[in-house]
Write a protein that binds this ligand. Structure first.
Ligand SMILES: [Zn+2]
Length: 183
């Protein structure tokens, strides 16, 4: 198993300029069938995700891989410990939203790459996504509610878009307000 560190826009008192550049870079689509190097990229993302317990999803650029791969839990959001069986998470490669429905729902969102803060973001409550699965098979999936939100969040990462790009209310811990006032 190879794990990677998750890149963040800032640490304690400083902005991570190099990590920001990587997180901001749009990712490249992967052609199927996947070659060995891309299979390794996919597995590294999955292993890194499964190695942590503090996130519901992860996108490849967050670990410095500029490819259009996302992984996320698909159930058990309220459980502290999840089984991590391959039925409990989805891996999507080159995901594309083909349909978005319903009235936008606004909720605070956090991100492992934007530590400590939350931003109110409006998302569609229902989406249809076309993608490849982990084996390079074409799939079409429908996601609703919280899962639809996660997928839209992770897909944003593939375009270098982050929660701080939304203009909803920003929540910052009180003791850190001076630091974040600089944004
Ligand atoms: Zn994120």
């Amino acid at each position: 198993m190879s794990h990677r560190v998750i890149l963040t826009l800032w640490t304690d008192e400083k902005i991570n300029e190099e990590e920001t550049r990587i997180l901001r870079k749009p990712s490249i689509a992967i052609p199927a069938p996947f070659d060995d190097e891309r299979k390794r990229d996919i597995q590294t993302l999955v292993d890194t995700f499964l190695g942590r317990n503090d996130g519901v999803g992860l996108a490849a650029p967050q670990i410095g891989i500029a490819r259009r791969i996302i992984v996320f839990k698909n159930k058990g959001f309220d459980e502290k410990i999840w089984s991590k069986s391959d039925k409990d998470y989805d891996v999507l490669i080159n995901p594309r939203i083909t349909q978005a429905r319903g009235d936008m729902v606004t909720m605070p969102e956090g991100c492992l790459s934007c530590p400590e803060i939350q931003v109110e973001i409006s998302r569609f409550p229902e989406i249809k996504v076309r993608a490849y699965d982990i084996n390079g098979q074409k799939v079409s999936r429908r996601y609703t509610d919280y899962l639809a939100r996660i997928v839209q969040h992770e897909m944003d990462h593939l375009d270098g878009k982050l929660i701080i790009d939304y203009d909803g209310d920003l929540y910052v811990p009180k003791k850190r307000q001076d630091f974040f006032a600089a944004f």
